[in-house]
Design a protein around this ligand. Structure first.
Ligand code: IPE
Ligand code: MG
Length: 235
């Protein structure tokens, strides 16, 4: 979700106004995805690198996050949405961690759609914490952590990724004109279709979502195979 700041400055508003609008766009995106039968929506809200922003902008983002949690969780729960927040949450203050925990517990049994908010998340952090957990699990099982290191598999590691509960994304959307991944789900994006739009996040509504989905529907997902093989498989 990129472009909140530029959305605001292009209207001679403070950047914080853009973040406020960005929260409204999140609500709209959740509703639009639910209406379209999307099962997993994952939002990159705050990266491990965003702490480098001015302190007042960081604290405003945290406040917005808390307010949004307070306001939206009840409605999400009523709509059967499961909420997950992934990232290194230890750096958030206790109150926010508590709210996240409550929201996750409350919505844990919901099955209509899973909304994941990535907060203080980084793709490299995710892979590293997964490696650490995998080695710890091996050590806990009595083996030396590195015994049989040549047997480590992608599947074994993937179980420890923060979003192990979700399939890999079919479609990745980045708003705001930049064409990069910026340390989002590095492992899981290996075969995702990438979609970039100049639209700033606060302006990204249902129409924009439909454009992204239409673009996705034009793609041929070969997963390394040839086009002819796919035709053969389908018949
Ligand atoms: C994205 O908008 C929102 C967050 C990182 C929270 P930006 O704040 O990055 O907006 P620009 O890139 O400055 O326009
Ligand atoms: Mg930005």
């Amino acid at each position: 979700m990129d472009g909140n700041g530029r959305w605001a400055t292009s209207r001679f508003l403070p950047r914080v106004a853009g973040h406020g609008k960005g929260v409204e766009a999140v609500r709209a995106a959740v509703e639009a995805c639910a209406a379209r039968g999307v099962e997993y929506l994952t939002l990159f809200a705050f990266s491990s690198e965003n702490w480098r922003r001015p302190a007042d902008e960081v604290s405003l983002l945290m406040r917005l996050f808390m307010v949004a949690l307070e306001r939206e969780v009840g409605k999400m729960h009523a709509n059967g949405i499961r909420l997950k927040v992934v990232g290194d949450l230890s750096r958030f203050d206790d109150k926010l961690q508590q709210m996240i925990d409550n929201a996750e517990r409350k919505t844990a049994g919901n099955t209509a759609m899973t909304v994941t908010v990535c907060a203080n998340y980084g793709g490299r952090w995710d892979v590293m914490q997964a490696v650490q957990k995998m080695l710890a699990a091996r050590a806990a099982s009595g083996a030396s952590a590195l015994a049989g290191a040549d047997t480590f598999s992608e599947d074994e590691l993937a179980q420890y990724l923060a979003m192990a509960y979700a399939p890999e994304p079919d479609l990745f959307i980045r708003t705001g004109g930049e064409q990069r991944i910026s340390n989002f789900l590095l492992w899981q994006l290996a075969y995702s279709e990438l979609y970039f739009t100049d639209t700033y996040w606060p302006d990204f509504g249902a129409d924009e979502l439909d454009k992204a989905i239409a673009s996705y529907q034009q793609r041929e997902r070969r997963f390394g195979r040839t086009s002819a093989q796919l035709v053969e498989q389908a018949t």
